[in-house]
Design a protein around this ligand. Sequence first.
Ligand code: ADP
Ligand code: MG
Length: 381
Amino acid sequence: RSNMVLEENRRLYNEVQELKGNIRVFCRIRPFLSNEKGKATTVDHLTDNGELVIVNPSKHGKNNNRMFKFNKVFGPEASQEKVYLDSQPLIRSVLDGFNVCIFAYGQTGAGKTYTMSGPNSPSKENMGVNYRALYDLFDLSQSRRSTFAYEIEVQIVEIYNEQVRDLLSNNTQKRLDVRNISQANGIAVPDASLYHVKSPTDVIDLMQIAHTNRAMSATALNERSSRSHSVVTVHVRGTDLKSRTSLNGHLHLVDLAGSERVDRSEVIGDRLREAQHINKSLSALGDVIFALAQKSSHVPFRNSKLTQLLQTSLGGHAKTLMFVQINPDVESYSETSSTLKFAERVSGIELGPARANKEVKDARELLDQVTSLREAIMKKD
Ligand code: ADP
Ligand code: MG
């Protein structure tokens, strides 16, 4: 049994070493919803090794498709459990003192909140990454309790118009400072409520409070949650019972604001200001991840509250996972295409048009023509 544990630890360790300093990109395509039946999809096909080909409905013939390559692509049928299992090694490494950042990027309605949290008041089956990650950290810390004592603390904040607010406080209007922490053990938002969680029910309670607070601060006209970033931060402190040495790990779970481009000629006032802030912080995030992927010596963390807050879990030995969320509807083609290009840029893997698949498609078209000519001839007879 101890051999098995060793073996498992070694496997996890290798997987984790491989992830260190790397940016992983998982693409997830949400299913059509029950009120979207009969809509056409922009997804041509996807493969098990992370390739995705999308088709531009307004173009015909050559160059109407584009291939992207990510670490993984989840199709519309992928379950919450499956998506979690593929993220699990990363999350578990927080108990070994790693800093990890997981975020969901994409246009409004593409499934960011579903992936991170699940639907409102989720069942066990459709809980998202946030819940599963915390449950898993509890389980794993319990299973190590003969050798390690762990403490798990949680903060939940929202960033809206470059202002940080506490979603676990009675006073969600108070603006909080983000501290620039150079040492890895620090807490970026010291004034945000910090809750010690001891069981899965504690987690559910906190998520519900944050959800209610987020909904309450939304005005009747604006669905503000799509225009703010929400950040769940999990601080883990572990003490080795024998040596009394301790380690710290941080996990950031981020549901980003919608990435859709807003037509500047059409919005004014509050809406314009929101759009500008979202643009600024998402491109700051893109710049940071890009700089990290390129192993650039200067990483521009200071350009937005979001990147300042995530700093500990983005640079150096931290591990980053981005969920790129896609709405399959052809009407979303242009947003989908720019979302995928953003993801491609930050992952550092760029591919051109899907030539090989284009040939297959040509062959398929020819076969179709042969079939219909045959049918025409048969009809004549
Ligand atoms: P976003 O947070 O990106 O704006 P949501 O997560 O709110 O998008 O998703 C939009 C809608 O699609 C919601 O009704 C959500 O429940 C549903 N949805 C998203 N992804 C899935 C999925 N994988 N399976 C089932 N329903 C989903
Ligand atoms: Mg959402």
